[in-house]
Ligand binder design. Structure first.
Ligand SMILES: C[S@@+](CC[C@H](N)C(=O)[O-])C[C@H]1O[C@@H](n2cnc3c(N)ncnc32)[C@H](O)[C@@H]1O
Length: 270
């Protein structure tokens, strides 16, 4: 059986982007899991960051089968990235959480080739449109979880756009799109009452995002609103509850099969 080869912990962005363009699936897995996969001959190590390894596999289905063959749990996100974890529930959950924390730093350079860019553009356009009809939208708008900065090519008033993302890699890529990046290390550091509105496109369905509702609402001026979609309605109930706990006024704007439900959460006037 052929041995998998490892790229010596060096970033191989070009290789990675090329593989994704060729329709190959990616696997991300924790270091422990990686050891159990070695020797299958079906995968190739691409990158490693903070103990999370990234592998290429010919198709998502093969990646999922690989997980099943090795008794691992798997979770598919962005329709192409499969996170493998130990099948043991307690161990596995911690591994998946760790991978999510690093994921966008690992895949940032090929993110735009992984997604359906038109879908994200149309989602951002809808969110931005909803923000326009919410009171208090005039003034600076924060693109929360801005990714590579797609909003810059969609927003009607790009000069009012600011961006922040928890991934440093994404923040630096977004800066090249012209988005003005807020230079803080965490959502808690966002300036208070700084933004007239905020949008979050394909962010709140991720497990790393729901906790950010409180600090995000505090960064809005009283009367300002956060508008977000919830892909497959993931985390919708939790965020709705948390928003109410932080004094936010929640409105469901639409139920949309393509992008999931869209909510606005208004910071009520103090
Ligand atoms: C699927 S991408 C969406 C990027 C962009 N909004 C778009 O529509 O293309 C999710 C982004 O959310 C970021 N993210 C995840 N959790 C976050 C959090 N708690 N705070 C800020 N950004 C977060 C990720 O780093 C990633 O860039």
């Amino acid at each position: 059986m052929a041995e998998t080869t490892r790229s010596d912990h060096q970033p191989v962005h070009g290789d990675l982007a090329e593989r994704v363009r060729q329709g190959q699936a990616l696997l991300a897995c924790g270091a422990g899991t990686a050891g159990r996969l070695a020797g299958t001959g079906e995968t190739e190590w691409l990158r490693s960051l903070d103990g999370v390894d990234l592998l290429a596999c010919p198709t998502v289905e093969q990646a999922q089968k690989l997980a099943a063959d090795h008794g691992l749990s798997h979770q598919t996100i962005l329709d192409q990235v499969v996170i493998l974890a130990s099948a043991a529930e307690d161990e596995g959950a911690a591994e998946v959480e760790r991978v999510h924390g690093t994921l966008f730093d690992l895949i940032g350079t090929c993110y735009d080739t992984l997604i359906d860019r038109e879908r994200n553009r149309s989602n951002i356009a809808e969110l931005y449109g909803i923000l326009q009809i919410c009171d208090g939208h005039r003034g600076p708008v924060l693109d929360f979880g801005c990714g590579t900065g797609i909003s810059m090519s969609v927003a009607g008033r790009p000069d009012e756009m600011y961006g922040w993302d928890r991934s440093a890699q994404m923040r630096s890529i977004a800066a090249t799109s012209g988005l003005r990046i807020v230079h803080v290390a965490s959502a808690e550091g966002l300036p208070e009452q700084a933004f007239a509105g905020a949008l979050a496109s394909y962010v709140f369905d991720l497990p790393t995002a729901p906790d950010a509702v409180g600090p995000l609402l505090r960064s809005l001026r009283p009367g300002g609103a956060l508008v977000a979609n919830f892909h497959r309605d993931k985390n919708l109930a939790q965020v709705t509850r948390d928003a109410a706990d932080h004094g936010g006024q929640v409105t469901v704007h639409r139920r949309d099969d393509r992008h999931g439900s869209m909510l606005s959460i208004r910071r009520v006037a103090d």
